[in-house]
Design a protein around this ligand. Structure first.
Ligand SMILES: *Cc1c(COP(=O)(O)O)cnc(C)c1O
Length: 377
């Protein structure tokens, strides 16, 4: 074997295979049960997952859907966002957060971020609210919730809805309350690499508003309020029973995984504190992150990242550009908007993170990172 194969990391960025090995009996049995009953669409696992997740988050309703993106789209449709409306969101997120707004013909209004958490800078939201504003979509980036109380208070003052994009923060808490149950609607994703993932696409909506939950259930199945009775325009947005079965099996170990992620993040924090040329992100006292990613800020990131790649250390950039600089969204901003987002996008580097990350691989990551920063200085 070529030990210096530069295209292949020596261990995984996120170890889904180790997770499967640990949960194989439960996952295989759950999948087999679906194959045996054959109700692939809206089978019993869908309701079982919805109940389990509602109980976990404390939200009255959970609606399982086809993906995190679909969850955000259905949330916007259910609250009645339409063409010409404006929706305020962060400039620094995965494209899906803004895409769903634009898909409905509404305008994403991109607000800059805090340099130390990379979450939306709440102090800059009020100045962007006008008569057309309908909703705010904060994102719990890397697993840490945004300042939801401040955002909810602003929204109440201006009669706006708050849709939490919790695709990265399922399992996180904010002032003792669970992410996904912090505002009008919470949306999460079960994409395989998220804190709670399936083996394909999946997502969920959370709310405590009965009428909204009903609307979300109808929109999920083509706007049907009864069989072949289409009350509103909807989508094909169901989560299939097999994916629900996989999430149900993974829930058994989820608390242990969260605990491991927190330990791994704390170890990164202590090993990297004070390293020159590098900054760790801040954790707010009222937040407990789900640590979807462990991300640091480094100068001359491309050099550091390629040095790590050469040494077999896998890293990922979440994300290389703020949304307003993406060609798809350029029409919604000016190139020199949001200086913090623009700077941070050039510095972020996510390090290997998963509950099954080997402590030796973590130590090696830190050793090589410190070495790369020194060589570059
Ligand atoms: C992953 C992600 C989404 C989209 O979820 P999918 O399940 O991949 O559609 C939306 N927002 C954020 C912040 C994400 O990280």
């Amino acid at each position: 074997m070529n030990a210096r194969d530069k295209t292949r990391p020596s261990f995984p960025f996120s170890d889904l295979q180790a997770q499967y090995r640990a949960l194989k009996p439960q996952i295989d049995a759950r999948i087999q049960r679906v194959l045996d009953h054959g109700q692939y669409i809206m089978g019993p696992e869908v309701g079982e997952l919805e109940e389990a997740l509602a109980a976990r988050t404390g939200a009255r309703h959970c609606v399982a859907v086809a993906s995190g993106t679909e969850a955000l789209l259905i949330a916007l449709m259910a609250v009645g966002v339409e063409a010409g409306d404006e929706v305020i969101t962060t400039d620094f997120s995965f494209a899906a957060t803004a895409e769903v707004i634009a898909l409905l013909g509404a305008k994403p209004v991109f607000v800059d971020i805090e340099a130390d958490t990379c979450n939306i800078d709440v102090a800059q939201i009020a100045g962007r609210i006008n008569d057309r504003t309908r909703a705010i979509i904060p994102v719990g980036l890397y697993g840490q919730c945004a300042d939801m109380d401040e955002i909810n208070a602003l929204a109440t003052r201006h009669s706006l809805v708050v849709i939490e994009d919790a695709a990265q923060s399922f399992g996180a808490s904010y002032k003792g309350r669970q992410s996904c149950n912090l505002s009008t609607v919470g949306c999460t994703s079960f994409f395989p690499s998220k804190p709670l993932g399936c083996y394909g696409d999946g997502g969920a909506l959370f709310t405590t508003d009965d009428a909204l939950a009903q609307a979300m259930r109808e929109i999920r199945v083509h706007g049907q309020s009864g069989r072949y009775h289409h009350t509103r325009v909807g989508v094909g947005g169901r989560m299939d029973a097999l994916q629900c079965a996989i999430v149900l099996a993974k829930l058994e170990r989820f608390d242990w995984e969260l605990q491991r992620r927190r330990e791994i993040a704390a170890r990164y924090d202590s090993l990297l504190r004070g390293v020159s040329g590098l900054q760790t992100l801040a954790q707010r006292g009222e937040c407990r992150s789900a640590w979807a990613q462990y991300t640091v800020l480094v100068e001359r990131r491309e050099q550091v990242q390629s040095a790590l790649t050469e040494r077999g250390i896998p890293t990922v950039v979440h994300y290389p550009k703020p949304l307003h600089l993406q060609p798809a969204f350029a029409q919604f901003g000016e190139p020199d908007d949001n200086p913090v987002s623009r700077r941070i996008a050039q510095q972020v580097l996510s390090l290997p993170m998963s509950a099954d990350l080997d402590p030796d691989d973590q130590a090696e990551t830190v050793r090589q990172l410190v070495g790369a920063l020194r060589a570059r200085a």
